[in-house]
Write a protein that binds this ligand. Structure first.
Ligand SMILES: NC(=O)c1ccc[n+]([C@@H]2O[C@H](COP(=O)([O-])OP(=O)(O)OC[C@H]3O[C@@H](n4cnc5c(N)ncnc54)[C@H](O)[C@@H]3O)[C@@H](O)[C@H]2O)c1
Length: 368
């Protein structure tokens, strides 16, 4: 069994990420090796995870008091009510800070469970077992937790690091194709903002990665995590460099919000669409050379990733999109803050643009 291991070192916590196949069968040893002790354990599980996997996890924790709580993972349920339900169970079962909460699910489950852990008695031990590609390469690293409100996505939350992340690639086998694309969007983003060699690896091995062939999938998840880990370690609270992780996201959030977070466009697809818009904007403003732009555009198109905003929006949506961009929580002025690309592997940060400039640009994107 090939297991890759990375250590994330933040001010709050130093913890390992394990990446590989068959990890949950070794859960007992992994937890023991990390000296993580607890008596009671609540596992918050995404309902779409096969029962067989949960039974393995339960079996491997069999000497402990294990409780299971299932959630339906969608953006609608990613709210305080779902968190309160988890807190109620922890209180009813008399959990103490010495006990543990484990999340088994994608980014939604991890964000909800991590947030509940962070506020339960001011911090309950937390283990994250991400089950989507997106969660394995992105949301399980860096300690951002939280929920949505009627005012927007992820507006309530905390920075709370887990004790351990276990990314078992076997979980990915049941993932719908659309969700694989979503995770791939974040992988592509990591390569574009940080590592040209990694981008070239992706370009060459895309098909094998999409089929989860070993060792390509493990290397892809590992390299992607390494990029996010390095950024998070430098800037845990997103004061400066961590902002590069938002490449494509200002557009993406506005796209998702404009469609009222409908299933027509999910988070990861919106990110890929947001990146293509940011790439177009980078090229148009001569930040990104045409040659580099073409290489990325070919990659996105050849592999059938979402790239045409006109498939999702009409010109009449422009006002709405711009207003969501202005209200993005990452903007602290009236201008719109964008992360752009200078070259493959080299981002451009702290670029601010007026509402008017973005309106003219998006107007053209939606009309051409
Ligand atoms: N905390 C962070 O730093 C961070 C970073 C990026 C995204 N996010 C958040 O992550 C969320 C998106 O995460 P996601 O893409 O993992 O979505 P998700 O958790 O909604 O999972 C996507 C879908 O796949 C299903 N699923 C999960 N694992 C499965 C498996 N192994 N087999 C079959 N089906 C499975 C889920 O039930 C769901 O229907 C968003 O809410 C976003 O805001 C957080």
């Amino acid at each position: 069994m090939k297991i890759k291991r990375l250590i994330v070192s933040t001010n709050q916590e130093k913890y390992p990420i394990f990446i590989g196949s068959g990890l949950i069968s070794n859960l007992k040893d992994i937890i023991k090796d990390q000296s993580i002790n607890f008596i009671k354990c609540l596992i918050v599980v995404d309902r779409n995870i096969p029962e067989k996997k949960i039974n393995i996890i339960k079996k491997k924790l069999n000497h402990k008091k294990v409780y299971i709580h299932y959630i339906k993972a969608n953006e609608k349920n990613k709210n305080q009510k779902t968190v309160n339900k988890i807190l109620d169970i922890l209180l009813e079962k008399n959990f103490s800070r010495e006990d543990i909460l484990i999340s088994v699910g994608g980014g939604i489950t991890g964000d909800i469970a991590g947030y509940a852990a962070s506020i339960f008695k001011r911090g309950l031990k937390f283990i994250n077992m991400p089950t989507t590609l997106l969660a394995q390469v992105d949301s399980s690293i860096g300690g951002k937790t939280g929920v949505n409100t009627k005012h927007g996505k992820n507006l309530i939350g905390s920075f709370y690091q887990p004790k351990l992340v276990i990314s078992d690639t076997d979980f990915l086998n049941t993932l719908p194709k659309r969700e694989i694309t979503c995770g791939y969007g974040e992988i592509l983003k990591h390569s574009l903002i940080s590592n040209k060699n990694f981008f070239q690896f992706l370009n060459k091995n895309f098909k094998k990665i999409f089929k989860f062939r070993s060792p390509y999938i493990e290397k892809t998840i590992y390299e992607s995590c390494k990029i996010k880990k390095k950024v998070v370690e430098k800037d845990e609270k997103e004061k400066s460099i961590r902002k590069i992780l938002n490449f494509g996201h200002t557009f993406a959030h506005a796209y998702e919000a404009s469609l009222n977070f409908s299933k027509k466009l999910n988070h990861g697809e919106a990110v890929i669409l947001g990146m293509t818009t940011a790439l177009n904007f980078s090229k148009l403003n001569n930040f990104l050379p045409l040659r580099e732009f073409n290489i990325i555009e070919n990659h996105i198109k050849n592999f059938g990733l979402p790239n045409d905003i006109k498939k999702y929006f009409f010109l009449k949506d422009l006002k709405k999109i711009i207003s969501f961009m202005i209200n993005d929580k990452k903007n602290n002025t009236n201008k719109i803050n964008l992360i752009l690309l200078k070259k493959i592997g080299i981002p451009l940060i702290n670029k601010k643009f007026s509402k008017e400039k973005l309106t003219i640009f998006l107007n053209k994107e939606l009309s051409d």
